[in-house]
Design a protein around this ligand. Structure first.
Ligand code: FES
Length: 407
């Protein structure tokens, strides 16, 4: 019986071996895998993607809108109106990333002719990347970017249907995206944008937004409760005698005038506007859960933040950077974040928001000390305990050694 079973096994094994050899002989020379779930995941979370500039147009006298598409014309990964993309730039020896709010609507990234747009204003002397984007980029240029990041978007489970957007300058861009999505019937929100500008010439995306309001208004007038609405109220702070609209700043009085009983407030604009608006919203007793601030990028003047150690502000420290087995020493100014010091030295570090929120630039401090900007401290408690900082929100206060991932 044992011998019979043994011979049966040998016979079976030789049949399997022949079948395998035949399969090898008939196999395609290329490696073909079918992975539909992986394909969907890669489409929705592609990491960095290549983009090409297909259009550049004026958004006002001081800002430009730049349209980006995939070189192969494929759809772009989905995003929420209000989110931002991070674009990479190679300038001289430096490789620098910057976040930009998307000013086009999510549905436009998934349509027949998919694209995203950003709108960037020329700086007033303190933003060389903004100037580079405005003056150096041209149609046909290729960039890499990530899509999409940020928490600044409407969430129906959390936010009221009435939204008042408080925008300043180029901070209108996330609201332009929301307004277009509403006008297309894709977002069911009643949006009022209070938009502060210095002069009427400075109003970014003025004509475009007026067209969007008209479109959304027509849908609303049809009495369809399933559709949202958009209205824009321009507020000028400069002296313009012929101006017929609202004047001054986005004061508590003005905010009250345009608010419904249950309203969520979204705020995006220059840093100085945030300080002002926090005070105005306090006057109205608006609960914190009803107020959402977009992150505002790196602090313009870190010495103005509470607790900054003024005694080090003019110093430059030695920053030792460990990446794998490599070590490099670079200078790091006390008033510049670790990210800026690394980029200045041509050392690449992953960044997203540059506001301490996303954690892309998470860095281990091996020795030394730094000041973490309290407004931008988005670290988890465990990260604080184990000596991690977000390098975009950390400023050296002594010589330091840090460890960053190899990228
Ligand atoms: S880049 Fe987002 S936390 Fe530093």
């Amino acid at each position: 019986m044992k011998i019979k079973n043994f011979l049966k096994d040998v016979g079976g094994a030789s049949r399997v071996t022949k079948a395998r050899l035949d399969a090898f002989a008939n196999a395609s020379p290329s490696l073909e895998t079918v992975d539909p779930i992986g394909d969907v995941a890669r489409e929705w979370h592609p990491g960095r993607i290549e983009l090409v500039i297909t259009d550049i147009r004026d958004a006002c006298r001081t800002a430009k809108t730049i349209r980006l598409e995939r070189p192969d014309g494929k759809k772009l990964p989905p995003f929420y109106a209000g989110q931002y993309i991070v674009l990479d730039f190679e300038i001289g020896q430096s490789r620098i990333s910057r976040p930009y709010s998307i000013s086009s609507a999510p549905y436009e990234a998934r349509g027949e002719h998919p694209f995203v747009e950003i709108t960037v204003r020329r700086s007033k002397g303190d933003g060389f990347i903004c100037d580079y984007v405005n003056s150096e980029l041209k149609v046909g240029d290729h960039l890499t970017g990530t899509l999409a990041c940020g928490q600044f978007y409407y969430e129906p489970l959390r936010d009221a249907r009435n939204v008042v957007a408080l925008a300043g300058g180029v901070g209108i861009t996330p609201f332009a995206s929301m307004a277009k999505e509403i006008a297309a019937g894709k977002l069911n929100v009643d949006l009022t944008i209070l938009y502060g500008s210095v002069s009427s010439d400075d109003i970014v995306l003025k004509d475009e937004l007026e067209r969007v309001c008209e479109e959304a208004g027509v849908k609303n007038a049809s009495g369809d409760e399933g559709k949202g609405s958009v209205r824009i109220v321009h507020v000028l702070s400069g002296d313009e005698p012929d101006w017929k609209g609202e004047r001054g700043f986005l004061s508590a009085e003005l905010i009250r005038k345009y608010s419904a009983e249950d309203t969520t407030y979204f705020i995006c604009g220059p840093q100085v506007m945030y300080t002002f608006l926090r005070r105005e919203l306090q006057k109205l007793d608006i609960p914190k859960r009803r107020v959402r601030f977009e992150v505002f990028g790196q602090a313009k003047d870190i010495t103005a933040f509470p607790g900054y150690p003024m005694e080090v502000k003019d110093k430059t420290f030695r920053l030792t950077v460990v990446q794998g087995i490599a070590r490099q020493e670079i200078p790091a100014k006390a008033t510049e974040s670790l990210v800026v010091a690394l980029e200045r030295a041509g050392i690449r570090i992953e960044t997203g928001c540059r506001s301490g929120e996303c954690g892309f630039c998470r860095t281990k401090v091996l020795s030394g000390s730094c000041y973490v900007c309290p407004e931008n401290d988005g670290r988890r408690e465990a990260d604080k305990d184990f000596g991690y900082v977000h390098a975009c929100a950390a400023y050296p206060t002594s010589d330091m050694t840090i460890k960053i991932p190899i990228s």
